[in-house]
Design a protein around this ligand. Structure first.
Ligand SMILES: Nc1ncnc2c1ncn2[C@@H]1O[C@H](COP(=O)(O)OP(=O)(O)OP(=O)(O)O)[C@@H](O)[C@H]1O
Ligand SMILES: [Mg+2]
Length: 345
């Protein structure tokens, strides 16, 4: 990490291209973009119609010739050209001009823990297309741990769980590096899908498309916690008749529907702990798990993990933007490299 910290300090811009949201941090300016990774395209002319929040609102509401696309899937850029066009638009003209003025623009990007060379290449190509002459890749787990202020550089174990939209990454860090890590392909999207399926099967109700986040609807008012309301009213469309209908949904049933995707995450935590040296596991029992990523905001998720693992669980202050803020802190030189004092004599 020490070597790349030097390199990172020379970068001008940090990018976190997520399956759900794109975030950009510009050195000296802070977080300048935090928008959904969505673009709306006219497929007749190829023209870009909208990006970010506006494009996301179009989901499920477009005529045939407009298609809403997500150039990032499962943490990997799957459509490099579209990702570049989306990023260019999200940055806006003023910011783009400002960055273009840099003689040799250097960029940093975070990539999922076990990103394969192809995925890494796609991230690099995307930023090179935007004018970067050099791109540094940082593991999301390290970036997020730095972003939420975990003492990554110290010889104590810290456990971090990055709950993204497409995947959940779990790792034990010590001395600035990853000791063991797992990536589980279950994230906020899978949890949303579990709730949608539950409503469809149990109540024959279809929710309006993603534009209204189904989960927020279903779980408004701390629905996932035991202290929350017993049931909540959901509006949707009847599966058979297609007419608008509202039903009372028991929040306990929604909670149990969510348990299914969560078991994969719990398995992941178990695997990480099993691979971890015993000394570090002892540290973890006191320090617990730090949750970051947008899905960490899911009400009650921390309590579920606490119950299942028996370990303390904390949520970072701004879990959704931790990774990009961590990258930003490294760019701004706020992270001091670890200095090991060799014992003399
Ligand atoms: N307040 C909230 N309550 C529940 N879920 C939320 C909340 N805010 C965001 N989410 C969920 O968090 C997810 C987005 O998290 P995040 O922004 O970390 O994703 P990402 O970085 O784009 O994805 P990935 O890292 O997997 O590529 C979405 O699935 C969204 O539904
Ligand atoms: Mg992410």
């Amino acid at each position: 990490m020490t070597v790349s910290l030097e390199q990172l300090r020379r970068c001008h811009v940090a990018v976190d291209l997520g399956a759900a949201r794109t975030r950009v941090y510009v050195k000296g300016m802070g977080l300048v973009v935090d928008e959904p990774s969505v673009a709306a395209v006219n497929i007749r002319t190829g023209a870009l119609i909208a990006v970010g929040t506006f494009a996301e609102q179009m989901t499920g509401r477009t005529p045939d010739h407009i298609r809403v696309v997500r150039p990032v899937s499962g943490g990997t850029v799957i459509d490099i050209e579209m990702a570049q066009r989306m990023l260019r638009q999200l940055l806006g003209t003023t910011l783009r001009r400002r960055l273009r003025r840099k003689l040799r623009l250097r960029a940093a990007a975070c990539t999922p823990h076990d990103a394969d060379p192809l995925a890494q290449r796609a991230a690099v190509e995307t930023l090179v297309g935007l004018g970067a002459s050099r791109v540094e890749l940082v593991d999301t787990l390290i970036a997020a741990a730095v972003g939420c202020g975990l003492p990554v550089e110290q010889p104590t174990a810290t456990m971090i769980m990055v709950c993204g939209a497409a995947s959940t990454q779990i790792a034990v860090l010590s001395l600035g590096s990853i000791v063991t890590a797992q990536r589980v392909p279950v994230g906020g999207d899978a949890i949303d899908r579990a709730v949608i399926e539950h409503l469809r099967h149990q109540h024959e109700l279809m929710l309006p498309s993603q534009s209204v986040r189904p989960l927020q609807l279903a779980l408004s008012g701390n629905g996932l916690t035991l202290q929350g309301p017993v049931s909540t009213e959901i509006h949707g469309r009847d599966v058979a008749t297609g007419l608008a209908r509202s039903v009372q949904v028991e929040t306990a049933a929604v909670r149990s529907a969510i348990h299914t995707p969560l078991t994969a995450v719990l398995d992941g935590i178990g695997r990480v702990l099993r691979d971890c040296p015993p000394d570090l596991v002892a540290d973890l029992a006191d320090r617990g798990i730090m949750m970051v990523g947008g899905s960490a905001l899911l009400p009650g998720l921390d309590q579920m993990l606490r119950n299942a693992t028996g370990m303390p669980v904390h949520i970072a202050e701004r879990p959704d933007i931790c990774a990009v803020l961590g990258l930003g802190a490294m760019l701004d030189g706020k992270i001091a490299p670890m200095v090991l004092n060799p014992l003399v004599g």
